[in-house]
Design a protein around this ligand. Structure first.
Ligand code: C2E
Ligand code: MG
Length: 298
């Protein structure tokens, strides 16, 4: 009974405290399934169960692909392929994200070094980073930078995606790390621009290189719609500040054309390709030889 009461208390705390919650069996089920995820997550790195998938980031004016976003996948022995949405929160709560994030970085560096040799010398891989990494002392940005140097990669070979929420945290731990990236030439993208508080001062203050227009704006993009006006405003603002813009979640040609006409620099989404394995990505580059249509330039 005490354990159940505890569950209800945590639920009340999650709801912002100062309220009450009844215990329900689903709370217990959630807690048990989360404990199982955490248990298995601890074995995932030593047992080599993570892989990176890559999704192309396409230059809209030319259709060229010299960038990709690395997206983490967990190949679990019995659960099969587990999506990051299902395990990143648990990895963050347990701080396992620090080691997982290190693995993602090293794997992306290895892959990028290879693709710079075999595809395009300016190839760039973008990795997602969690706010928990920046707030933790064990996140060793200097080590990342020296690893890149040891692999013979210049800073711009890697870019890191951060979320807006991180920038609201002005702790020096966070800002110092972002500035270290900047000094090393590692570019920074703001992943979910427009969804949160979207302070217009953040991009300049933190020396951001790319704004990513969130999928939620792209989904219902139509000429003269509110979302279109928002996208246009974001693009104009970003360009005035010297930033490039990436439209995320592009699924239709109409969405791509509207964003391209508004001056959006890059696009990403199922229209071009779903996230694929490294081998799949190479096939994509080979087969394409061509561009993905952007602005009719073939
Ligand atoms: P995100 O960074 O916003 O990544 C984009 C997500 O949207 C990916 O989901 C991608 O598969 C999906 N997506 C891409 N294009 C389209 C589209 O056209 N339509 C739709 N409906 N979806 C599209 P995924 O791979 O499941 O990743 C989910 C989230 O997990 C990511 O969101 C990111 O926040 C997080 N994540 C992924 N890999 C990592 C990682 O290595 N480290 C950390 N900390 N987080 C990661
Ligand atoms: Mg991302």
């Amino acid at each position: 009974m005490l354990k159940n009461a505890d569950q209800a208390m945590y639920a009340a705390k999650d709801k912002g405290r100062n309220c009450y919650q009844y215990f329900t069996p689903s709370m217990q089920e959630r807690a048990t399934s989360r404990a199982l995820v955490v248990r298995d997550l601890r074995c995932a790195l030593p047992e080599n169960q993570f892989r990176l998938c890559y999704q192309p980031i396409v230059e809209l004016a030319t259709g060229k692909i010299h960038k990709a976003e690395a997206l983490l996948r967990w190949h679990h022995a019995t659960r099969g392929l587990v999506s990051p949405a299902a395990f990143i929160p648990a990895a963050e709560d347990t701080r396992l994200i620090i080691d997982i994030g290190d693995w993602v970085f090293r794997e992306a560096v290895r892959q990028c070094a290879y693709w710079r040799e075999t595809t395009h010398p300016g190839f760039q891989i973008t990795i997602n980073t969690s706010p928990v990494q920046y707030r933790h002392d064990n996140f060793d940005v200097e080590d990342w930078i020296s690893h890149m140097r040891a692999m013979g990669l210049p800073g711009p070979a890697i870019s890191v995606e951060i979320t807006e929420g991180l920038l609201m945290d002005s702790a020096t731990k966070v800002t110092d790390k972002l500035l270290m990236f900047r000094d090393a030439g590692i570019q920074v993208s703001l992943d979910d621009f427009g969804t949160g508080y979207s302070s217009l001062s953040y991009p300049k203050k933190f020396d951001i290189d790319y704004l990513k227009i969130d999928r939620s704006f792209v989904r219902n993009l139509e000429p003269n719609s509110d979302d279109m006006a928002l996208c246009e405003a974001i693009i104009v603002m970003a360009h005035k500040l010297g930033l490039k813009v990436i439209g995320a979640g592009i699924e239709t040609e109409a969405q791509r054309d509207l964003l391209a006409a508004a001056g959006c620099d890059y696009g990403q989404g199922y229209l071009f390709s779903r996230p694929v394995s490294a081998e799949g990505f190479e096939k994509l580059l080979d087969s394409r030889g061509v561009r993905f249509g952007g602005m009719g330039l073939g």
